[in-house]
Design a protein around this ligand. Structure first.
Ligand code: ZN
Length: 183
């Protein structure tokens, strides 16, 4: 589905807006720290021509979505991401890890880690808080990047989940999880 059409469905449709309320997107004239940043009610983007992409705004809207859903008591997207273990079963019946909790052999314990399978890349424009950042390995950033690719899914180009089993596993998790927040 076309990106803005999904944004429209998510943020402007009457039923959804009733729960989420208004989202402010401010485009600042000053350069600020560059890029865009989310707060609990919206997104601020700074004046850096050529660096503000639709996908970046969608990433920030993912953060806004997570905080709004939590504030409204409808669920906890970041917490759900932090509790998730997204996997699929391959043709040999073996469980393949995609992202989230998994057994860490070195530590001998279950650990949350971020994986890249199912995305078209591990940096922008496929994900916006990817491997080029020091603090990429968090459920909060994974949820926001899942949100971008779910909203922009089915597009040709860098956004959207892959059509293989890892992409399908991410897509299924988002469809199920997002639906669970809607009253
Ligand atoms: Zn982010």
């Amino acid at each position: 589905m076309w990106f803005w059409q999904k944004v429209w469905l998510l943020f402007i449709s009457r039923s959804f807006r009733k729960y989420i309320g208004n989202i402010d997107i401010n485009y600042k004239t000053d350069p600020g720290q560059g890029g865009c940043a989310a707060n609990s009610d919206g997104v601020n983007c700074y004046n850096n021509t050529g660096k503000v992409y639709a996908g970046l705004i969608a990433h920030e809207l993912g953060h806004v979505f997570a905080s709004k859903i939590k504030a409204l008591g409808l669920g906890d997207p970041n917490g759900d991401m932090g509790g998730a273990s997204i996997t699929y079963t391959d043709d040999n019946g073996i469980t393949q890890w995609v992202t989230g909790k998994r057994y860490d052999e070195a530590e001998g314990a279950i650990k949350w880690e971020r994986g890249w399978a199912g995305y078209k890349g591990d940096t922008a424009l496929s994900v916006y808080h990817g491997s080029s950042w020091d603090n990429w390995n968090s459920p909060v950033e994974e949820f926001a990047d899942m949100f971008v690719n779910w909203v922009m899914d089915g597009e040709n180009g860098p956004n959207g989940f892959t059509n293989g089993p890892a992409g399908n596993a991410r897509r299924d998790w988002m469809n199920t999880t997002i639906s669970s927040y809607l009253p």
